[in-house]
Write a protein that binds this ligand. Structure first.
Ligand SMILES: [Zn+2]
Length: 264
């Protein structure tokens, strides 16, 4: 599932069409990715408008078009954004294609857990501003994290780091990376964390997000070799620090990899 760094990379794929007009829109309005949106409006409003800018927040993307038109995309489990040539014919899973004279901007999603939303209005869509700070922003500070952790004292910390209204854009692999780096056992109850552990989780979150954006988010290159992600899915995966065999536990329905020696 795409997490914040992958989303940031996908968001930029359409940049090649910035400043250019949309000449046609092709979509299948009955598809599940358009739930809650009137697909006819999307077609009617976007043709002849220019693609102006884009932005990502957590796992969500927002594309702005001229005449106050906004397109939101969530990639869900299997969504992808790509660019094809101007005479491109959509395949089964290409649910939205924005044609420009020289290219086609394509949104694909085989499992259809993703979502396309549309908004027309001078102000941005109300579903965009959730009030949750981006992790790279200054508003995501120790105080914010402490208050958020206090609201979820009974839950295992692994589940809490996955909550999008606190840790915006974090998914399964980043959560494991953060807890491994912070040396915190993933099933530990959030209310039992020490002050030292809370500080370590905050620092590790900032670090993992920043480095992921510099690698995956910039050009889809792998995160550094000594990260847990490279071992996490291996049958005989080991801790990158001292080769201890990793353990795998299911927490809140998600497979969690952790090192029994680092995360006591
Ligand atoms: Zn270890």
């Amino acid at each position: 599932m795409p997490e914040l760094a992958e989303v940031e990379w996908y968001r930029k794929q359409w940049n090649v069409g910035l400043g250019k007009k949309i000449v046609d829109v092709r979509l299948d309005g009955r598809n599940r990715v358009f739930r809650g949106t009137d697909p006819r409006e999307l077609h009617r409003r976007l043709v002849d408008e220019k693609f102006l800018s884009s932005e990502a927040r957590g796992k969500r993307m927002l594309f702005k078009f001229s005449s106050h038109n906004w397109l939101g995309i969530h990639l869900g489990m299997t969504g992808k954004i790509r660019v094809e040539s101007g005479n491109f014919h959509p395949n089964k899973h290409d649910h939205l294609v924005l044609y420009q004279s020289e290219r086609a901007l394509v949104f694909t999603d085989s499992r259809q857990f993703g979502r396309v939303r549309f908004h027309h209005g001078r102000e941005g869509p109300d579903w965009w501003d959730t009030g949750v700070p981006e992790i790279i922003s200054a508003e995501f500070d120790q105080r914010f994290v402490d208050r958020f952790l206090d609201r979820h004292r009974k839950a295992p910390i692994k589940s809490v780091v996955l909550l999008q209204n606190g840790f915006s854009g974090i998914g399964n692999w980043m959560a494991d990376e953060i807890l491994w780096r912070a040396k915190v056992r993933p099933p530990k109850r959030t209310g039992k964390l020490t002050r030292h552990e809370r500080a370590a989780i905050f620092r590790a979150t900032k670090f993992v997000v920043r480095r992921s954006l510099e690698t995956l988010g910039r050009n889809f290159t792998d995160p550094p070799k000594n990260w847990l992600i490279h071992q996490k899915w291996r049958r005989e995966g080991v801790c990158p620090l001292h080769r201890t065999l990793l353990r795998h536990t299911i927490i809140g329905g998600r497979t969690t990899a952790w090192c029994p020696r680092c995360q006591k």
